[in-house]
Design a binder for this molecule. Sequence first.
Ligand code: NAD
Ligand code: ZN
Length: 355
Amino acid sequence: VKAKSHAYEVQISANRLTEAVKSFDQQLSKADKIIVFTDENVWRLHSERFTAEFPYPFKVNILEAGEDCKTFESFFAAQSFLLEQKCTRKTFVFAFGGGAVGDLTGFVASTFMRGIPFIQIPTTILAHDSAVGGKTAINHPLGKNMIGAFYQPQGVLYDISYLTTLPEKEVRSGMAEVIKHALISDEKWLAELMATNSILDFSQADLAKHLEQGIRVKASIVAEDEEEHSVRKFLNFGHTYGHAIEAASGFGKLAHGEAVMIGMVYALILSERYGTIPATVTRSFIEFAVRNGYSFDAVKQFTFEQLLDYLMKDKKAEYGILQFVLLKKIGEPFVQQISIEECQEIDGLLRVLIK
Ligand code: NAD
Ligand code: ZN
């Protein structure tokens, strides 16, 4: 990943965490302390194996799981932990967990003594997205990811053998972001995913292949536009309407990717109008989603007016116009302004399609 501050590697492997961590020996052997941030679920499932495989002495800070670790309280507690452990600017931090652990750890690392180095060890599929690209954040009661920094890790070490314990809901959530990366980049790859019997039980080799492809898409976009002035916006495909559904449902109830899947269908319907996506593509995409257990029931729980409140909270909503990422065709994203009236119309079309 070629970021402005430095370039770093994303390593994808299975059963070789020790070697992956050791590839940072030059930096780690100079560190005065190594701290591992993780969450209660990941640590319950993997502490023994991780401790046996991690090649250096470390202290662990166990966070609450999910969005509960992205709070001000948890941020403060994490900083207190680092101070109590007498950490310095020579301390090295690892994030061992999903996107929530990664976001919190990255933000803590970016601010502790004005910035100490950190490495991501992602344990979810979704984290192929979140661990790469340097967006770090915690949540504010008035908005998700509102307090944060662009702060790149020193590396991302994916050992996908740690992902075998992921609950199906989280596999589905993460695969939605893989599908997003296919939709915005590569028609052939999307066709391959859609032709797969079930995207929830890939072999490790196939999973590694799809994660690598997703990471390549993300990395090339980040290299071109790290701070989201232009093409990085494309990564928000499916996220405008998806976020509204996720927020209306209450964060954490619906997994992030499950909501994004709904948002991607919404964006496909819009893309029929503003791009050249045939209606048949949207229909077969919905079939593909349903076949893999994605649910559209959340839409039915809210009226458009209720969702609109959340759509208007989108960081990009201004003067009654909303910004959507759409597709000219599969693999060719662009940004389009859409009026609230048209948003409502598309919401109606979506409701008919998922009946
Ligand atoms: P998460 O970290 O909350 O993990 C989801 C759940 O899976 C948690 O309960 C966790 O304890 C559990 N888990 C993690 N690894 C496991 C494993 N190997 N086995 C069993 N259970 C495991 O969430 P996530 O879905 O990985 O990521 C979502 C977060 O990522 C959100 O906070 C979102 O805002 C953030 N995000 C950030 C970016 C970015 O660019 N920084 C991009 C996308 C999403
Ligand atoms: Zn997302």
